[in-house]
Design a protein around this ligand. Structure first.
Ligand SMILES: *Cc1c(COP(=O)(O)O)cnc(C)c1O
Length: 378
């Protein structure tokens, strides 16, 4: 079965009781048991919820995994996958990460005895050099937020396999429609479903998919034991959104590509970071592991004054954190999403005060281009 058919049908067979074509929202905390020790397989809603199970089944199929587990947010998903490790374990993490993941690692997880090495994953040699005898996980994000750098997933998977570590990939920016890390050798995929999977800026949700039976078992245990689970409504909304993921992603990407091409020629813009541009230093690598380049673009406007006037003048784009919704958003990473990254590291990565990040929505591209043009005039 091809992606679009899976997105609409896996986990979404009509309801057995009524024939409802949409998966019902099981808004319940518990399930009646017939007699002691006899139930229908559903006991308590932290452990299992039918709406959640259907969504987990759907997402596992979209990522090409064995199983998936849903969480209350992307951050809860990241935290839960980290909890399959133990004190004393070492993680090699990309240095150009989502700010919240960096903060979770450095301020919370280190207090529980995990150690981290942050490396520039554009060069696999940096990862090889960071390996320790207790390295249990390589954790990356590609394309990265906000610099849009690419990690070579096939090479990372080979390194992870060689040392018996797990390769975990945050696939939030690409979505499974454009990139399926498990098919390239990764063991675990993490999503902030708040972004493209939810796709309508109306929920906070996270999900982890894996092709390892061992990881699936440990993660399922943690999902229940730690309990960072989502409510059934969020799962129901994600299932609703899965049905249009392929259509939305196509439009996000075609709009972004047209905008990136136009901005690259515009002298008012100092740099355009978009992996779909042939001028992106890792364009070939991106093309070898993605089937499309997504809807995220970062642009360098030169300084804080330009970033301020641009974000003030822009009208169709809304100044807000987050990304991946049908509506276009603009964000200023230094002051909004990446405040927890140390200044020196931020500057080395190119996350400057003049950098703004565009989450290109699925509006008419001509309106988006006209809006950007008038905002650059200011
Ligand atoms: C937003 C985001 C997260 C965190 O997810 P939440 O749903 O906000 O908790 C993790 N990784 C990436 C790449 C993100 O964009």
């Amino acid at each position: 079965m091809k992606f679009a058919t899976k997105a609409i049908h896996i986990g979404q067979q009509p309801d057995e009781l009524t024939g409802a074509v949409t998966v019902p929202l099981y808004q319940t905390s518990t399930y009646a048991q017939e007699e002691i020790g006899k139930h229908k397989g559903w006991e308590y809603a932290r452990t299992q919820n039918p709406t959640r199970s259907r969504w987990e089944e759907c997402l596992a199929a979209l990522e090409g995994g064995l199983a998936a587990y849903a969480f209350g947010s992307g951050s809860a998903a990241v935290d839960s996958i980290m909890r399959i490790l133990s004190a004393g374990d070492h993680v090699i993490m990309a240095e150009d990460m989502y700010g919240g993941t960096y903060r979770l690692a450095t301020t919370v997880l280190t207090r529980f005895g995990l150690t981290f090495s942050f490396v520039d994953m554009r060069d696999p040699a940096n990862v090889e050099a960071a390996i320790q005898p207790n390295t249990k996980m390589i954790y990356t994000e590609t394309p990265t937020n906000p610099m849009m750098t690419i990690t070579d997933l096939r090479t990372m998977a080979a390194i992870a396999d060689k040392i018996g570590a797990l390769l975990v990939v945050d696939n939030t920016f690409a979505s499974p429609y454009f990139q399926r890390p498990l098919e390239l050798g990764a063991h675990v995929v993490v999503h902030s479903a708040t972004k493209y999977l939810g796709g309508h800026s109306d929920l906070v949700h996270g999900i982890v998919a894996t092709n390892s039976a061992d990881v699936a078992e440990r993660l399922k245990f943690i999902q229940n034991a730690v309990g960072a689970v989502p409510g059934p409504l969020e799962c129901w909304l994600c299932l609703r959104s899965a049905k249009t993921l392929h259509v939305r992603m196509e439009r996000h990407a075609s709009n972004a590509m047209q905008i990136a091409i136009a901005l690259e020629k515009d002298p008012r813009v100092k740099a355009v970071h978009y992996p779909g541009l042939p001028s992106h230093p890792q364009h070939k690598l991106a093309a070898s592991q993605m089937n499309g380049f997504g809807g995220m673009i970062s642009i360098e406007l030169g300084g804080i004054a330009q970033a301020k006037s641009f974000t003030k003048a822009i009208k169709v784009f809304t100044l807000a954190e987050s990304l991946g919704g049908v509506e276009s958003l603009v964000c200023h990473p230094v002051s909004m999403t990446h405040g927890s990254i140390p200044v020196e590291q931020r500057e080395r990565l190119g996350i400057t005060e003049g950098l703004v990040r565009l989450s290109v929505g699925i509006e008419d591209v001509e309106d988006l281009m006209a809006d950007i043009d008038q905002a650059l005039h200011n």
